[in-house]
Design a protein. Sequence first.
Length: 146
Amino acid sequence: MIKGITIGMLSLMVAAAAFLVYIRSCAWEPQKAAEYATQNAERKSVGLCAMYVRKAIIHGGLPVYKWGDAWTYKYLLPILGFEKVGDKDDLKVGDIVVFQPTRGRRFGHIAMWNGRQWVSDFRQRSIVVHSDYRKEGSGYDIFRKL
């Protein structure tokens, strides 16, 4: 043991660091991700935005395993090398928006920009998919892999 760190903990930290290096070296192809999202979108929401966007991210070249609710991608995306970007006026294909949960929408929401519209588990008409996100001023963040 080295100052309270066990061999097991040290092994885990080394494995996590190696995984981060690997993740950041993966080629991100936002066009492929956005095409997959668009082609696989449902006609209307089926309540599985996180799963659909996760699959699009995978098809774009990043290994993402089952994560959590949509709002928790706010913490995963930076691990994958995404950074928060300004606002919705300078969008690029593959940008991802993550909405925080509200009282009526406890899982939050996530969607990907395909160059023309936001796509989650369906093709959205706007960035905000439900009035709860407008009423409560639920914050959102837009992420881009730089």
